[in-house]
Design a protein around this ligand. Structure first.
Ligand code: NAP
Length: 453
């Protein structure tokens, strides 16, 4: 029998993951008027907003203002936020299919890509993802002891994440105080000995993935200045003419400006290097990073980096690889291992009826927060078409009460949107008392203690 959706029996959707793509998908389901819909948004953490809270740089507060719209969406009576619920255990794949007409996976990309060079597992070598999670107070990383006794740090990759971690490493405590960085990270960074950060692009300045606004920030820091080698950003006339992308053109202009500057003698330097690939992370003899061997590259006719056989060792004691995030498979959901995404056709999970995906776990880790709005809306359009055409199998237990009973039966301590509002108000008030935008609670148990009474 084809299911019809009414205000009494609305289309029931589970959104797995409350980052930008999950919230934008929810917003798209609320905005349409063809079908009455009810959405439960799940997150394995008590807190919503995913990478907006735990990925966006703590000093980029304006990007985080997108949460004002997110609050409206989660506060809508047709929506519930169910935080602290792990998909795969607390809510299994079978549970989701039996309680919802459609399930939409928006879990992002929580892991990272590796370099595949010797020495990558030495102490002091880690992914930028781990470092970002630590300074942003992600509960899984907050307890990590981060040793910041390096005077030299190499950051591999020239995307915006590489610029974020480099900037945070060289900002002063006073600059960081104005951000919502986690208190443990502020203390550790204040005591850090970092003097030189090398940001390494394997190709040329015209191929760098970062954006100009983020690049310019290196020219405006209190205690750090950018250093650029003119010979590494020199372009032939043909190479110059081949730059069609406006951002890349502006990047090259800013890099030229940096290269032409006289040194200001600031205590910290950020060396923006190009045509340079890491080949080996060197052991200091005690299992820690003792240097980074790099090779100079040239570009071949296809714009790919090719080694020249010229090597150099950078005096670093810490290496952060920032060469892209990678998605992680969800239990019971088809996964494309090669691409690190859920196998899907324009957001419809391959070989499945009533299962969908959006955001980084659908298309890979690219684009800014806003990119996920269209991506999520496109997936929701397919979901709605399938619902209207009677192609969804229909849930066996299509009520909120059935979900509550299921989770209560498993002893899950669900953290609601109202609970989050209590924690949010607490963090803002604590922050205000300290003259900071927010003081994040970073331990899961402490978070769960802030609840609507
Ligand atoms: P990304 O933009 O894809 O950059 C990855 C970088 O790693 C590229 O420079 C890439 O160089 C390099 N790379 C890959 N494999 C490498 C290897 N084996 N050796 C050396 N370099 C290698 O990734 P991301 O920085 O993680 O950012 C992810 C997304 O989030 C991006 O869309 C980014 O713009 C966005 N984001 C935005 C902001 C913001 O708006 N402020 C902040 C953070 C992140 P090739 O080009 O040569 O492959």
């Amino acid at each position: 029998m084809t299911q019809t959706y009414t205000p009494d029996r609305p289309l029931r959707v589970a959104v797995i993951g409350s980052g930008p793509s999950g919230i934008f998908a929810t917003e798209a389901l609320l905005k349409q008027t063809d079908l009455p819909a009810q959405v439960d948004v799940y997150d394995r953490l008590p807190t919503p907003y995913g990478l907006v809270r735990y990925g966006v740089a703590p000093d980029h507060l304006t990007i985080k203002s997108v949460t004002r719209g997110f609050e409206k969406t989660l506060g809508d009576p047709r929506v519930r936020f169910l935080g602290n619920v792990e998909f795969g255990t607390d809510l299994t794949h079978e549970d989701a299919l039996s309680h919802y007409d459609a399930v939409l996976y928006t879990v992002g990309a929580s892991s990272d890509r590796r370099l595949g060079i010797p020495g990558e597992d030495l102490t002091g070598s880690m992914s930028a993802t781990e470092f970002v999670a630590w300074y942003n107070g992600h509960p899984d990383a907050a307890a990590r002891e981060m040793v910041l006794n390096a005077s030299g740090v190499a950051v591999v990759g020239v995307g915006n994440v590489a610029l974020d971690v480099s900037r945070i490493l060289v900002k002063t405590a006073q600059e960081l105080h104005e951000s919502d960085i986690a208190a443990h990270a502020l203390t550790a960074l204040d005591a850090s000995h970092v003097q030189d950060v090398w940001v390494l692009g394997r190709r040329g300045p015209a191929q760098a993935a970062f954006t100009t606004k983020e690049l310019r920030e290196f020219g405006e820091l209190h205690a750090a200045e950018p250093v650029v080698k003119p010979e590494e950003i020199a372009l032939s006339e043909a190479e110059e003419a081949a730059i069609t992308d406006n951002t890349k053109k502006k990047n090259v202009e800013v890099l030229r400006d940096f290269a032409a500057r006289e040194t200001e003698g600031k205590a910290r330097r950020v060396h923006l290097r190009f045509l340079t690939s890491p080949v080996e992370i060197l052991d200091d003899g005690q299992g820690r990073v003792g240097g980074l061997k790099v090779e100079r590259n040239r570009l071949d006719e296809n714009g790919n980096a090719v080694g020249t056989g010229e090597f150099e060792v950078l005096p670093v004691q810490m290496v952060l690889r920032s060469v892209g995030y990678r998605g992680v498979a969800l239990p019971g959901v088809p996964f494309d291992e090669k691409r690190g995404v859920i196998a899907n056709d324009e957001g419809r999970v391959t070989g499945r009826v009533g299962e969908y995906t959006a955001g980084w776990i659908k298309r890979g880790p690219s684009g800014v927060v806003g990119t996920n709005r269209k991506d999520a809306t496109d997936t929701v359009a397919h979901l709605l078409t399938d619902a209207k055409d009677g192609r969804l199998p229909g849930a066996a237990h299509p009520t909120r009460e059935a979900v509550d009973a299921l989770l209560a039966g498993k002893g899950v301590q669900v953290y609601s949107f109202h609970d989050w509002q209590v924690l949010d108000a607490h963090e803002l008030a604590e922050g205000q008392a300290q003259g900071r935008p927010r003081a994040k609670v970073v331990h899961r148990e402490l978070m769960l203690g802030h609840r609507k009474s």
